[in-house]
Ligand binder design. Structure first.
Ligand code: HEC
Ligand code: HEC
Ligand code: HEC
Ligand code: HEC
Length: 237
């Protein structure tokens, strides 16, 4: 019993310590970006250090958004500020791809990320410094578990049109998917159709599964993935 109490206390201490050190990453959850230590709260990072003389730095939104001189080529997020990667990627080439289904499918032929995925990869491909925004070049590039790198063949396909004919394993776009129900450990209707998880062009992007801002479900997830509810929103299994 005593042992259990000690390990519970230690378990509590680890996330607290990471807050004090402004360590980014898993462990800290919260729905508001103001929560210190959230993966996307960059206010404590060395490349975003608060400068007492200029009274700049330590900002939460600025690494991604700016009030002025935003990147006008970006239509998926308002007033975009982070420098884009110019890297070339190896895209997912799954075994359903390239198959002709019902005479209409000619293959996706996706050669590069687009939409919100490009915004995410401006940090997560590790090719651009985290502090490269608003004309600054500072800081190291992303490393560690959150690095996707330039080889996206080992990541869930992104920037692909959602086509429920492909492989026959996907729900139709109008299917109303379920959320995980923590009260029962089962499922409860979300009242939302698959299209709600797709971008304006009907494509699967990073934001089909993730939220840029909220980390209330851990891993920046856009919906609770217990019971694999997120996966089952699109996949018929
Ligand atoms: C300004 C740079 C930047 C941008 C843009 C960015 N991220 Fe991140 N992201 C980070 C950093 C830094 C971390 C923390 C890395 C670590 O833990 O070492 C992170 C962590 C994450 C994590 C892991 C969370 C966890 O609990 O471990 C996910 C998931 C994630 N980001 C998804 C996204 C998605 C999706 C987008 C686009 C909507 C995006 N990021 C855009 C820099 C960025
Ligand atoms: C890691 C990068 C990142 C950070 C940090 C970030 N955003 Fe965003 N934001 C995005 C992306 C990507 C989108 C577009 C995708 C989406 O809507 O999920 C977006 C969309 C938005 C939108 C339009 C859609 C909406 O959610 O209303 C607003 C407004 C916004 N952000 C404001 C902010 C503010 C204010 C902050 C700071 C408190 C902030 N963002 C911090 C990446 C970021
Ligand atoms: C089909 C859903 C889906 C898509 C699309 C997706 N992710 Fe994820 N991602 C997840 C899930 C679920 C996790 C949580 C990890 C787990 O369950 O193993 C995750 C984890 C992550 C992590 C944390 C990895 C770690 O081990 O710390 C990062 C970073 C991340 N995703 C970034 C991205 C980016 C950037 C994109 C777009 C290029 C993207 N994801 C697209 C579902 C997705
Ligand atoms: C927004 C819809 C959507 C969500 C959510 C989603 N997927 Fe997918 N997934 C797709 C699409 C579209 C494809 C590409 C078509 C295909 O291969 O069937 C795909 C492909 C895959 C493939 C590759 C299949 C192949 O034939 O190469 C796997 C495996 C997979 N998804 C697993 C997952 C898992 C695990 C999750 C949850 C973390 C998830 N998906 C969430 C839409 C989604």
């Amino acid at each position: 019993m005593k042992k259990l109490i000690i390990s519970a206390a230690l378990g509590l201490m680890i996330p607290l310590m990471s807050i004090a050190q402004s360590t980014l990453g898993p462990g800290v959850t919260g729905s508001s970006l103001t929560v210190a230590g959230l993966p996307h709260n960059f206010s404590g990072q060395t490349w975003n250090a608060y400068n007492a003389t200029t009274m700049q730095g330590g900002q939460i939104c600025q690494p991604c958004h700016t009030p002025h001189n935003a990147d006008l080529t970006v239509t998926e997020a308002p007033l975009w500020n982070h420098q884009f990667s110019t890297a070339a990627y190896q895209m997912y080439t799954g075994f359903d791809f390239g198959t002709l289904v019902s005479g209409v499918y000619t293959g996706y032929g996706v050669t590069a990320p687009d939409g919100t995925s490009k915004l995410c990869l401006s940090c997560h491909d590790g090719a651009v410094a985290l502090g490269a925004y608003g004309g600054q070049t500072g800081g190291a590039a992303l490393t560690g578990g959150a690095l996707l790198d330039l080889d996206l063949r080992n990541d869930h396909p992104i920037s692909i049109p959602y086509d429920s004919l492909v492989g026959g394993g996907l729900h139709t776009p109008t299917y109303i998917y379920n959320n995980f129900n923590p009260a029962t450990g089962g499922y409860i209707t979300s009242g939302r159709a698959v299209t709600a998880r797709l971008d304006a062009a009907g494509k699967v992007q990073c934001t089909s599964c993730h939220s840029a801002h909220s980390n209330s479900r851990g891993y920046q997830l856009g919906m609770d993935n217990r019971g694999s509810a997120l996966c089952l929103a699109c996949h018929k299994k």
